[in-house]
Design a protein around this ligand. Structure first.
Ligand SMILES: NC(=O)c1ccc[n+]([C@@H]2O[C@H](COP(=O)([O-])OP(=O)(O)OC[C@H]3O[C@@H](n4cnc5c(N)ncnc54)[C@H](O)[C@@H]3O)[C@@H](O)[C@H]2O)c1
Ligand SMILES: [Zn+2]
Ligand SMILES: [Zn+2]
Length: 368
């Protein structure tokens, strides 16, 4: 079939919205008609050429939500009409990682996904017979996508898809960092560094876990106000004394849980140093630049602090994204403030500009 999609032709150049060909889903694959897709930093990072593992031409986009149009052979868990959220982090439910509660890093299709292929090593996307690669296994800056069944989460059909799509990446990453990676205990003190989509999600996740105190740190007053809306009890404008101020606020000890959601290694260091002696757990969700390293004085660790990384918030996508969306539908997660701009597919590059200007939390593309 023919469809419109935003193609990364050349790094550092605007995406080109154009007509491309999409093949039918093969065995284990599903055709999804996209309704909405968020614009995320990872799309921009790849489009800019900064990501050394990036490739072109490719159809970008990974924060998608839509409706199943057709399924290939051997697809048992989805049928036409189902509402789905796309998962760049799949869940096959069979590999050694999927069977272990300690991780969400499914091993099933990593290699081919990383090369821009579907699991059988080929692409369903093309133009004039020349293949175009899939991005993150999702390619959701498009009217339709073909994806593996194991990378789609079936959600409540009542959930508005322009909200649901935020659970495909940033929001679930933040919520999950608090709920599944750190497993924040009731009554505890938490610090969240960064109040973008991921940090605000972490604030909301700490609140859902019943944290007693949630300190949020950011450079932007406006974003800190959004953190308050999500349950932050204390707001800190970041400066060179951030760690000292947090220690002062916590009786000299630091917080039970800290979260880093900026991608800056200097802030990661602050997050480690703000974690409490004895048992403080620092969870790192930000993605640092290629080649950057994190400096930790070993004594911080010997004296009982721990550091954890969190990819997609530790969320096992097919099981837990629907659960998070159910909690949103039950009124426990306030998603509306994150939706800052509504765009058409043709305006996708405007989404990048808004993100670079830090204008709003998320721009969402609507397809119709
Ligand atoms: N682990 C994952 O699976 C995953 C998924 C999505 C995004 N990410 C990463 O998470 C990070 C955050 O993503 P986002 O979409 O929320 O980004 P964002 O740019 O919207 O938010 C980052 C925030 O950090 C704030 N900040 C900058 N310097 C600071 C400082 N010194 N102290 C405190 N705050 C500071 C900024 O003001 C901004 O509000 C990025 O690195 C992104 O790549 C990781
Ligand atoms: Zn993302
Ligand atoms: Zn798996």
């Amino acid at each position: 079939m023919k469809m419109r999609a935003a193609v990364l032709e050349e790094f550092g150049k605007p995406l080109s919205v154009q007509e491309v060909d999409l093949e039918e889903p093969r065995a284990g694959e599903v055709l999804v008609r996209l309704e909405a897709c968020g614009v995320c930093h990872t799309d921009l990072y790849t489009a800019s050429g900064a990501d050394p593992s990036g490739y072109a031409p490719a159809v970008l986009g990974h924060e998608g939500a839509g409706v199943v149009e057709a399924v290939g052979e051997d697809v048992g868990s989805l049928s036409p009409g189902d509402h789905v959220v796309t998962l760049f982090s799949p869940q096959c439910r069979e590999c050694v990682h999927c069977l272990d509660p300690r991780t969400n890093l499914c091993l099933a299709i990593r290699e081919e996904q990383g090369k821009g292929h579907l699991p059988d090593g080929t692409s369903r996307l093309s133009r004039d017979g020349e293949p175009i690669r899939h991005f993150m296994g999702t390619s959701t800056f498009a009217e339709y996508t073909v994806m593996p069944e194991i990378a789609l989460a079936r959600i409540d059909p009542e959930a508005p898809l322009d909200r649901a799509c935020l659970f495909a990446c940033g929001l679930s990453t933040g919520l999950g960092a608090a709920m599944y990676t750190a497993k924040v205990a009731q009554g505890s003190t938490c610090v969240v560094f960064g109040a973008g989509m991921v940090g605000l999600g972490a604030v909301a996740g700490c609140a859902l876990q019943g944290a007693g105190r949630i300190i949020c740190v950011d450079l932007s007053e406006g974003r800190l106000e959004m953190a308050r809306e999500q349950g932050a009890t204390d707001l800190l404008e970041a400066d060179e004394n951030t760690v000292e101020r947090i220690l002062e606020m916590t009786g000299g000890f630091g917080a039970d849980y800290t979260f880093e959601a900026t991608g800056l290694v200097g802030v990661m260091q602050q997050a480690v140093e703000s974690a409490r002696m004895g048992w403080g757990l620092c969870t790192i969700a930000g993605v640092a630049g290629k080649g950057e390293t994190l400096d930790i004085i070993p004594r911080w660790l010997i004296t009982g602090r721990r550091v954890a990384g969190s990819s997609f918030g530790g969320v096992k996508g097919r099981d837990q994204v629907p659960e998070l969306i159910d909690r949103y539908m039950a009124g426990e997660i306030n998603v509306d403030p994150f939706l800052s701009h509504e765009l058409t597919l043709d305006e996708v590059n405007r989404g990048f500009e808004l993100m670079e200007a830090q204008d709003g939390i998320r721009s969402v593309i609507h397809f119709n």
